[in-house]
Design a protein around this ligand. Structure first.
Ligand code: FES
Length: 115
């Protein structure tokens, strides 16, 4: 694919918080000891599952304001905010939501945390 030519519109955009604050900062960070390889894991798993990166964009992003629930990932369309992510959860989200079109409800932030 020519990177300067037309490209398909995204089907899904996965915004994964990649904030790492200094140690002892008063707010927790999504990227910390034990979660540092989550982004690369997600990239590798997408490739392994054959998920098209041109229509399913994985974007490293800044703070999504749900630091206490980190690591978090917001999947659009639909404002699906996945929280407390692990590799196991990410694999299931990729298979069921991104490939299957069915969000994994039990990994979403509780409704009361939306205003
Ligand atoms: S640091 Fe990830 S949501 Fe704030």
């Amino acid at each position: 694919m020519n990177p300067m030519g037309p490209m398909p519109k995204p089907k899904n955009i996965l915004f994964m918080c990649q904030v790492e604050r200094p140690p002892h900062f008063p707010k927790p960070s999504c990227v910390r000891e034990g979660t540092r390889d989550l982004f690369m894991f997600t990239q590798q798993k997408m490739e392994e599952l054959g998920i098209d990166p041109f229509t399913n964009w994985l974007i490293p992003t800044g703070c999504l304001n749900r630091c206490g629930f980190g690591p978090v990932m917001l999947v659009e369309p639909g404002e699906y905010m996945y929280v407390n992510l692990t590799k196991e959860k990410i694999e299931r989200i990729l298979k069921e939501h991104i490939q299957g079109g069915k969000p994994v409800e039990e990994y979403l932030i509780p409704e009361d945390f939306w205003a």
